[in-house]
Design a protein around this ligand. Structure first.
Ligand code: VG1
Ligand code: CO
Length: 559
């Protein structure tokens, strides 16, 4: 097969964010070699010596353009000297399963064709995530290098005649011109290695008893027409015995059936509705690529992701894996509520507070300092892989239910009784004018880093909040001492409440401003979240003048 070098012109806008490169499908389709350029930069970023003959894992969430892009990945990997590609059959493999496979096959890295929880279809989004040899999102040094190459790229190499059969399991070999060894593609069952990993983490016999035994509980799991369908069917239904009808939307669709594969109360409203009548004891949903999860209790009671992390932490020994490894540390991203901090304190386990994005957790895990972590954005996971893991989180909850034999609701309430409750909400303002958003953040930073800001009091009705500390969050990696700056503006009050402002790093058009509000209550733990947080929300808007400056009258979304 012929290897071609094709001249191209660079795109200045291909800076990868924490979730890789995400754009409208039209951008990938309409701009000449847009995907090729990015992939070439990813391959070029791997040192030539490391790249020759190496193994790379490729997966995807099945969204529109997945197949086309998969063919390009294979043709370019071959031309760039990769020796072996491990590909999920039909081009499907979840982000956690890719992380698992990278580690299992000792691959140089992994590529996931996904835009995660973003909408799919011809009018939707497409994306490319790139993971390093540890199975986790590439560190900033790597993504910077990719971006640097993107901006000056003049050519890419490709093997246009290479035709891979995505539908047949097994090895396919291709002879390339001027190469001694054949290029191999191994089409693997997307679920198998991942299921095997889970079997060694959880007590499958106990989970099977819980889901299909005499005193079984009933669950409803929504795969949101993303990549998780096959995983849910094989692991939860076939292996653990949950009835087939408890799993819905399990066929991956290119447009996710017209819905957003985003597991929250807004986009998984169907799941919430179907749980209202109390028929199901636990509900769960995933995003397109299967790394995010939402957990619901009977009647659709919502477990916030921050609480989910704290509850798993407090019950961590319900999971056999942690009985064997012990618990090395807990971590959360900075905007995630401080609920897990209370568990860490009570159990005298180290707690790390990192910037948003999973790559910071990966570094701590590689150094043996972290076992369990999570983010408020519906992500929880352990150190079995280097990505957040949706199905792992559901099995973690099922393990807690199997051990404690209580309802989800009772487990969460007991948790609050013991540790107190962090009321938590996030406001998102989407598609804000980029300049307006940046100016707002700059002015806000000036305001809150001024000496006079600390000590200021803000009052709404009878509630008074006094500023204890305010800053622009900066993180020094405890393992390699890398400093990551500018990770969100924080206002911390004397009563432990926090307001955080941050610009999304994964956004599409314009900017997305996120406002995170976290407030701790020791006693008053059974109130409505929005009611409890209303005074702080008022203060957050007042300090930032967010509505005036963006011309909005309210958030685009509240989670
Ligand atoms: C968002 C979330 C963040 C998450 C990231 C990738 O980033 O807030 O917690 O790690 O998405 O998730 P941002 O910068 O838009 O706030 V995934 O499931 O898209 O890989
Ligand atoms: Co995702």
């Amino acid at each position: 097969l012929q290897v071609l070098t094709v001249a191209t012109a660079p795109y200045p806008d291909q800076r990868p964010c924490s979730g890789g490169l995400r754009r409208r499908v039209g951008v990938f389709q309409g701009r000449r070699h847009y995907l090729h350029n990015f992939l070439q930069s990813v391959f070029s970023c791997i040192d030539l010596r490391d790249r020759q003959g190496c193994t790379v894992v490729v997966g995807g969430d099945g969204r529109f353009f997945n197949r086309t892009a998969m063919e390009v990945v294979v043709q370019m990997a071959a031309a760039n000297g990769v020796g072996r590609l491990i590909v999920g059959c039909h081009g499907l493999m979840s982000t956690p399963a890719v992380s698992c496979a990278v580690r299992k096959y000792k691959a140089m890295g992994g590529i996931v064709l996904t835009a995660s929880h973003r909408p799919g279809g011809p009018q939707g989004d497409f994306g490319v995530k790139f993971n390093s040899a540890n199975g986790g999102p590439a560190q900033e040094g790597v993504t910077n290098k990719i971006y640097q190459i993107c901006r000056t790229l003049e050519e890419f190499t490709i093997c246009p005649g290479l035709r891979v059969d995505l539908g047949t399991l097994g090895r396919q070999e291709f002879d390339l011109e001027n190469k001694f060894k054949p290029f191999t593609v191994e089409m693997v069952d997307s679920v198998e290695s991942y299921a095997n990993l889970l079997r060694n983490i959880f007590d499958f016999a106990a989970l099977k008893e819980l889901l299909s035994g005499e005193h079984r509980i009933r669950i409803r799991v929504d795969a949101m027409s993303g990549v998780m369908g096959p995983y849910v069917r094989r692991i939860l239904c076939e292996e653990l015995g949950a009835p087939a009808k408890s799993a819905v939307n399990c066929v991956p669709l290119e447009d996710f059936g017209g819905r957003r594969p985003d597991p929250n109360l807004t986009y998984a409203a169907d799941l919430v509705d179907s749980m209202q009548d109390g028929r199901y004891d636990l509900g769960a949903a995933f995003d397109g690529d299967g790394d995010r999860n939402m957990i619901l209790g009977r009647h659709g009671v919502f477990v916030t992701p921050s609480d989910s992390l704290a509850v798993i932490a407090a019950n961590i020994f319900c999971i056999p894996y942690f009985q064997h490894t012990g618990v090395r540390g807990f971590a959360r991203s900075m905007p995630t509520s401080a609920a897990v901090d209370k568990v860490a304190k009570a159990t005298k386990i180290d707690l790390y507070e990192t910037p948003v994005g999973w790559r910071f957790f990966g570094n701590l895990m590689d150094a043996g300092r972290l076992s369990l972590c999570g983010e408020e954005s519906f992500g929880t996971g352990g150190d079995h892989i280097r990505e957040k893991d949706g199905l792992w989180s559901v099995l973690a909850w099922l393990s807690i239910l199997a051990t404690r034999r209580q309802s989800v609701d009772d487990i969460v309430k007991d948790h609050w009784r013991k540790y107190g409750r962090n009321y938590y909400t996030r406001y998102d303002y989407k598609d804000v004018d980029l300049d307006a958003a940046c100016e707002l953040m700059e002015d806000l930073e000036m305001l809150l880093t001024d000496k006079s800001f600390v000590g200021q009091r803000f009052a709404v009705a009878d509630n008074i909040y006094q500023v204890e500390q305010a800053d622009n969050f900066e993180y020094t990696d405890p393992v390699d001492s890398t400093i990551t700056r500018n990770q969100g503006l924080r206002i911390m009050f004397t009563n432990g409440s926090r307001i955080i402002y941050r610009l999304s790093g994964t956004g599409g058009v314009g900017a997305t401003i996120r406002v995170y509000i976290d407030s701790y209550e020791k006693e008053d733990i059974f109130q409505d979240t929005q009611v409890m947080l209303a005074p702080l929300a008022t203060i957050a808007l007042k300090i930032s003048q967010l509505h005036v400056r963006t011309g909005r009258s309210g958030p685009s979304m509240i989670t």
